[in-house]
Design a protein around this ligand. Structure first.
Ligand code: ADP
Ligand code: MG
Length: 698
């Protein structure tokens, strides 16, 4: 058997393969494109394409595809085979530089949020040479960006690459001010921790709600949930262990650094964390990871649920976006340095993050907004919908000392002057103990914890990179013109702390008192739902910032706002329709069936003699009949609400109506159905229960 070392990346056209297969000058030129973003010329592309094809064919590939991330949130691919007719009647395997660089899938069936009306229907895909090509099944996959012919981004990768570029440009300006002339690029990196549930496939197949919506829409609380706290980091069950082993192998072959895995808080919930990488590669890898997770699960008779809230009453699933920025020489810019000057630089980057999160808290919230994630944020299991930063005691004390010109106990000096004093070494072990903060400093990185488990991490990182680029731009503009750099720097850091400290919160984010303080005293945003936050994407300050850094154009933003709201509406409507279907075809017949059995038994008993007691049967029958009437009535109400939606033609209006009426009608209906489940005999209940699903995998 091959070792992990041999297997790792065996399906990836990575640097090792390029180096060994490409002529030296082609390799050098491709490397320049990858490392510095230089344009690639066609002759080089031809050689690369031929090598890629040979390599892929040798590994059994017959097709290639441009692999991209349209705005649906999943990945898309259209397979073409390598074959080309040969004059002798046979075929040859061909793949040209042109085919590698550019593809033209029919864009018309992907969501474009109005972009299609304005621009030409066709789109094209363009190779992203910074993310390695890989083989999936029998197909060579080439990571690409997806744009309209007018150049508008129809995907998530393009704005992500633009945001990385914006951040690099502005960070370089700052580094130059600190005398660093050698750095060529600043790179943001991400390590996303992915949560998921595993359920038995047979059981899954019996639940229409899981099949159509990815989450359960009904289900009474089982006798046992997560209250014993016995699942978190618990012993992994054999079926799950076999799954994880298989999953790791698949991911490793694809060059994905799957590193850590453990059981999560809820029963049947697990987590996988990779080693971090450059943001766009981490994004590609996270998309692939989610896909492979689902595929491998099926092989094990399991289904992997990536929904944010598959089960009511136990924790939902999120994704922790560990984010940092570093120079191309590997210096982490969020790490305190060795010299006073490096410390001042660190504090400036820290301030940039603090200001970015404060100024663009709405964009961070928007970046994680989906119908699914609305169930988690603010439900005391995930961070609240209010964005704030946790810094930890030590960093906090440093910032306070700077802000107030007070002595900082960690150093001997009476008063700290940036650029002159050395900061004390932080004890990093003490910084990562607040699990309730949406945005926590965890040593030399920040952990953004509001992402939903099914979110593409692209959105959050686009906003994060862009917002930090904007803080850095403001600082660079000011400092480049300063007469005395050090004084200006000191003043600016002080002022930033003063102006933005409202976003820093080191307490318990789940506490209601915090939400009150955050919104009433500090004026922070609290957007509970997707319809609440999404329209703010188009707020003037947000459009101005994102457009000025060329991350999005205004039309691109409008299209995204529309698509996200449309997606929200469709998701909830599908859920509501699924509920109606399940109630009418499964739940009511089950309840009626059991009620019928009870009625029959009462009749039989009474035939024996009027003095035979039927208290239990009658009581239960009464209760079931009452519940059945309520279920039927609430279903009719939900249907009426759904019909009423047809009248709203503005997508914002429709999303408000859904938030206020459809979701409410759904909850009301669920309550009575779940109650009916607790009264109905088990053999009548038409689908697996919460207990079956949560504890069914051994
Ligand atoms: P935790 O305490 O949350 O388990 P870890 O330190 O193990 O945290 O890291 C969690 C994630 O953060 C991993 O995916 C890891 O690779 C990632 N990570 C570590 N350093 C960085 C960094 N500099 N930039 C981005 N992600 C990082
Ligand atoms: Mg974590």
């Amino acid at each position: 058997m091959a070792t992990v070392k041999e297997e790792f990346g065996s399906l990836v056209f990575d640097d090792r393969v390029m180096k060994s297969m490409l002529p030296a000058e082609v390799y050098a030129s491709l490397k320049k494109t990858i490392d510095e973003g230089k344009e690639l010329d066609l002759t080089v592309a031809n050689v690369v394409a031929a090598a890629m094809k040979d390599w892929a064919v040798e590994r059994g590939a017959t097709h290639y595809t441009h692999w991209f991330q349209p705005l649906t949130g999943v990945t898309a691919e259209k397979h073409d085979s390598f074959i080309s007719p040969a004059p002798d009647g046979g075929v040859i395997m061909e793949f040209s530089g042109k085919e590698l660089i550019k593809g033209e899938p029919d864009a018309s069936s992907f969501p474009s949020g109005g972009l299609r009306a304005t621009f030409e229907a066709r789109g094209y895909t363009a190779w992203d040479p910074t993310s390695y090509a890989f083989i999936k099944g029998k197909t060579l996959c080439i990571p690409t960006a997806f744009c309209s012919y007018g150049g508008e981004a129809l995907d998530k990768k393009t704005p992500l690459l633009r945001s990385m570029e914006a951040l690099s440009q502005q960070a370089l300006r700052i580094l130059r001010l600190f005398g660093n002339t050698s750095v060529k690029r600043v790179i943001s990196s991400v390590g996303p921790e992915q949560e998921y549930f595993l359920v038995d496939r047979e059981m899954y197949n019996q639940r229409k709600d899981l099949i159509y919506t990815g989450r359960t829409l009904f289900g009474a609380k089982p006798p046992k949930g997560q209250e014993m706290d016995d699942h978190y980091f618990g012993v992994i069950k054999p079926r799950v262990a076999a799954y994880m082993e298989d999953l790791n192998e698949e991911l490793w072959k694809l060059g994905i650094y799957a590193k850590t895995e453990h059981n999560e808080v809820a029963p049947a919930q697990h987590e996988l964390a990779p080693i971090y990488s450059t943001t766009n590669i981490a994004t590609d890898h996270n998309q692939l990871t989610m896909e492979i997770m689902q595929k491998v699960a099926l092989r094990h008779g399991l289904v992997c649920l990536l929904h944010e809230k598959p089960f009511a009453g136990v924790n939902g699933s999120g994704k922790h976006n560990n984010w940092s920025i570093a120079t191309d020489a590997g210096q982490n810019l969020l790490s305190p340095g060795e010299t006073p000057y490096e410390n001042a630089q660190f504090l400036l980057f820290l301030c940039a993050v603090i200001q970015a999160v404060d100024d663009y808290q709405d964009l961070l919230r928007i970046a994680v907004a989906t119908a699914g994630n609305d169930h988690r944020l603010g439900a005391n299991e995930a961070p609240p919908a209010v964005v704030s930063i946790f810094l930890g005691d030590e960093l906090n004390a440093v910032l306070e000392a700077i802000e107030t010109d007070a002595p900082y106990s960690g150093i001997a000096k009476t008063q700290m002057k940036l650029g002159a004093d050395v900061l004390p070494k932080f004890n990093r072990a003490t910084t990562d103990r607040n699990r309730t903060s949406p945005f926590a400093s965890t040593g030399n990185k920040f952990e953004f914890r509001m992402l939903g488990s099914s979110n593409s991490i692209a959105c959050a990182n686009i906003m994060l990179n862009a917002a930090v680029a904007e803080s850095l731009r403001i600082y660079a503009d000011r400092l480049e013109g300063a007469a005395d750099f050090e004084t200006a720097l000191h003043e600016m850091i002080k002022k930033t702390i003063k102006d933005h400290k409202r976003i820093i919160f080191n307490g318990n984010g789940y506490d209601d008192a915090w939400i009150k303080e955050a919104t009433e005293k500090r004026g922070l945003c609290n957007y509970r739902t997707t319809p609440d936050c999404m329209p703010h994407l188009l707020d003037e300050k947000n459009v101005r910032m994102l457009v000025s850094h060329k991350v999005y154009s205004e039309v691109e933003l409008k299209s995204r706002c529309e698509i996200m709201l449309e997606n929200y509406c469709k998701t909830v409507v599908i859920e509501a329709n699924t509920m109606v279907d399940m109630v009418k075809k499964q739940i009511l017949p089950a309840v009626a069936g059991y009620a019928g059995e009870l009625a029959g038994s009462i009749a039989k008993k009474q035939a024996v003699g009027s003095d035979v007691s039927c208290g239990y049967e009658k009581g239960t029958l009464k209760k079931l009949s009452m519940l059945a009437d309520q279920i039927s009535q609430y279903t009719a109400e939900l249907e009426t609400v759904l019909l009423g939606l047809k009248e709203a033609d503005d997508i914002c209006e429709e999303s408000y109506a859904i938030r206020d009426t459809v979701l409410a009608a759904m909850s009301k209906l669920r309550v009575v159905c779940d109650e009916a489940e607790t009264v109905t005999a088990e053999k009548y209940w038409p689908f697996p229960t919460y207990g079956d699903l949560l504890f069914g995998v051994k």
